[in-house]
Design a protein around this ligand. Structure first.
Ligand code: NIG
Ligand code: FE
Length: 421
């Protein structure tokens, strides 16, 4: 078979190559191919190795010299609140002075502030702001992004957010997977009538499904927000309708959300900064992925999730930014990976598995994404570093130079290549 593109002279190719989900210490097992090449045909990996590739070259094959850079699977940011209006730098002083996140929310700030701005923003304002965020993500090596709604808390605006994500998916090279998160906070109008809002969210699920606006449903299970019982109610209905389900749980107070997530078969349970030992054990025997968000701990000055302990005890971990305007205002997954390694004491190999194949698994795309293997979609990056450790060691620096998505080059020497899709 003849390739469309061959990227050669790659110093080392690092990729997970086991069946997902990859649990516990298996997350360290990364395949390394020295002095390698990757051949791509029709957006898919045709061949990868370090032998001869001349037989794959035809008259239309392009060849590209990687100039001794290293190659990784493109990263997957599997938890973001991408589409929203406004920003919350006004809260920065409060955050730095340690005013609790939930107190800011209770006082009508926090998520409510962003809800007001998202309701009043036009479709185009939301689109243009999120497009710029996607550009930043692309520059740090990201090819797939999960994007939640949850800043409308009313159907019309939730749909506006999800429609923006749909249009972005059609026009930006990054692939988007949308999650409906109407249960992100209790809207002011229902402050004394939480049950009415829960019923509204449950009936809206059908409309979201019928219009194919999201593939997953998420909920903020937290003290003074949605209880474990509320979560059970909403997620049970979501599952019945055929959505993937997931939860924000054990972020600030431990309520038992992780246990519910495992019992209901959530694809991921996210945050887990205050998870208890029993729930770590429960997670390790399940195929629910622990999606850890260390950028949020860093920004809010909170404890980091016990990622080391989880991996040592056999849990399958993924890592994401949680990009949002309140608790993690950064699109930079590479920085979050560096924080993850240092603060949760994870090895670079474990972090790489976390942001590639394990993230792909809970998005339901691990058969096609998350590793550099024959038959997988050609989503790969070149990184200007001599080895994987260096990417983490020289921190705060973006070492990514080039990105291909479905075999199309979308970032060239840190410059975005436009109009490829
Ligand atoms: O994942 N915790 C709930 N939701 C987001 C923050 C949203 C916001 O503050 O705007 C999170 O941290
Ligand atoms: Fe979040």
């Amino acid at each position: 078979m003849i390739a469309d593109l061959i990227i050669h002279h790659i110093k080392s190719i690092y990729t997970p190559n086991q069946k997902a989900p990859i649990k516990g210490l298996n997350m360290r097992n990364i395949q390394v191919i020295e002095n390698g090449y990757v051949a791509i045909k029709d957006g898919v990996i045709l061949s990868v190795g370090n032998g001869l590739y001349e037989h794959l070259i035809g008259s239309n094959t392009k060849t590209l010299d990687a100039e001794n850079k290293i190659m990784l699977p493109a990263f997957i940011d599997s938890h973001t609140h991408l589409v929203h209006g406004g920003s919350r730098e006004d809260e920065y002083g409060e955050i730095i002075q340690g005013i609790p996140y939930l107190d800011i929310l209770k006082a009508g700030g926090g998520i409510h502030h962003t809800v007001n701005h998202t309701i009043s923003a036009t479709f185009d304002e939301l689109y243009n702001k999120a497009y710029q965020s996607l550009d930043l993500m692309l520059k740090s090596g990201v090819s797939v992004v999960e994007a939640k709604s949850g800043y409308g808390l009313e159907l019309k605006t939730e749909i506006k957010q999800l429609e923006v994500a749909k249009k972005l998916n059609a026009h930006h090279p990054i692939e988007l997977y949308s999650t409906y998160m109407g249960a992100h906070a209790i809207p002011k109008r229902y402050e004394q009538h939480k049950d009415r809002y829960i019923n509204e969210v449950i009936s809206d699920l059908t409309i979201i499904k019928e219009n194919d606006l999201a593939s997953a449903v998420d909920i903020f299970c937290e003290a003074h927000v949605f209880s474990v019982e509320d979560s059970r109610k909403i997620l049970t209905q979501a599952k019945k309708l055929g959505f993937k389900i997931k939860m924000h749980a054990d972020e600030i107070q431990s309520l038992g959300g992780t246990s519910l997530a495992v019992n209901l078969g959530c694809s991921s349970v996210d945050h887990l900064m205050v998870i208890n030992d029993e729930d770590i054990k429960k997670l390790s025997t399940s195929s629910t992925i622990a999606n850890l968000l260390p950028g949020t701990s860093f920004y809010l000055n909170k404890a980091f999730a016990p990622g080391r302990k989880m991996i040592d005890q056999g849990v399958a971990v993924s890592i994401s930014t949680d990009y949002n305007p309140g608790s993690c205002p950064t699109e930079n997954l590479l920085l979050v990976m560096q924080i993850a390694a240092n603060k949760m004491k994870l090895l670079p190999e474990e972090v790489l598995t976390a942001v590639t194949l394990n993230a792909a698994y809970h998005l339901g795309i691990s058969e096609t994404h998350g590793s550099i293997e024959v038959g997988k979609q050609a989503n790969v990056i070149l990184v200007n570093a001599p080895n994987l450790n260096y990417v983490f060691y020289h921190y705060g620096i973006n070492h990514v130079s080039d990105v291909w998505i479905k075999g199309q080059q979308v970032l060239k020497n840190q410059e975005i290549v436009r109009n490829v899709r």
